[in-house]
Design a protein around this ligand. Structure first.
Ligand code: V0D
Length: 254
């Protein structure tokens, strides 16, 4: 096929794990894993093939992040908007947690990874929910990397839920508005026990947040790439962290 020229490789952008580990490692990395459908289309494969390939990349990235000492990895697996996709595609996606965990849960346990989720799990099919809850139970006492799957997650729904819960607590008299601050409010969010992300990665060339962690990303460094999620390699994660390390983190001060 024409136009399939190999892209120029910039050697100055290649890093080893050891290079990266000499610098500051982000505690929490969040990833919008976009481009699975486009990856499949380029190969004349069904979209499901792209999702399946993307699933394997989640496993690889989890391993590298854990090796680097990242504490939390949040991945956007299914958004509240994704229900609008064709029924068969949604059904396929809902089988991926079982397949992922059926294949990788023993390794995750071995590596001391803790599986968690955020999002409205009540709408998930029973078979999906069972697999996910089993993994959370099996890894509950692990204290290595937290692998946090955003599943049927939307940030506005999360914030609205928090506000409703807060209004309820106000009515009950269990919250004092004069004492409520940002930290207090954030305990109503689904990320209640997690630090805010230090680094957000989005693949596939889209430069937007798509309703992902709007509150939590207030001070986060963003790294966007044209690479499609199934093509995302260790080297890309290392490059994203390198860029993070080179950016001064200033929080709007001097
Ligand atoms: C498809 C690319 C792992 C993005 C990654 C239900 C879209 C592969 C999981 C997974 C999906 C979720 C929970 C869990 C263990 C694994 C997953 C979905 C989609 C949507 F406990 N990959 N993955 N879940 N894709």
């Amino acid at each position: 096929m024409l136009g399939k020229l190999k892209m120029w490789k910039d050697k100055s952008k290649e890093f080893t794990k050891e290079d990266i580990m000499r610098g500051q490692i982000p505690n929490h990395i969040a990833i919008i894993m976009d481009g699975n459908g486009r990856w499949a289309k380029k190969r004349a494969l069904p979209r499901s093939a792209g999702h399946h390939e993307g699933m394997k990349v989640v496993r690889k990235v989890t391993k590298l992040a854990n090796d680097l000492g990242v504490k939390t990895l949040t991945v956007y697996a299914f958004s509240t908007e994704n229900w609008k996709r064709p029924k068969l595609e949604v059904e396929y996606l809902m089988k991926l947690p079982e397949e992922f965990l059926g294949t990788f849960l023993p390794e995750l346990i071995e590596e001391n990874v803790q599986v968690r989720t955020m999002g409205d799990k009540s709408a998930l099919p029973k078979h999906t929910l069972n697999a996910v809850e089993n993994a959370m139970n099996e890894t509950r006492n692990n204290d290595g990397l937290i692998l946090n799957f955003a599943l049927n997650y939307g940030s506005r729904a999360e914030i609205l839920g928090a506000v409703k819960q807060l209004a309820n607590d106000y009515k009950n008299g269990t919250v004092d508005l004069d004492c409520l601050n940002e930290d207090g409010f954030s305990t109503y969010l689904m990320t209640r026990n997690l630090a805010d992300p230090d680094l957000l990665i989005r693949t596939s060339g889209e430069i937007r947040l798509s309703n992902f962690m709007l509150w939590q990303l207030a001070y986060t460094e963003f790294w966007f790439t044209d690479v499609l999620w199934p093509d995302f390699k260790d080297q890309h994660l290392l490059e994203a962290i390198k860029v993070y390390q080179q950016r001064g983190r200033r929080y709007g001060g001097v």
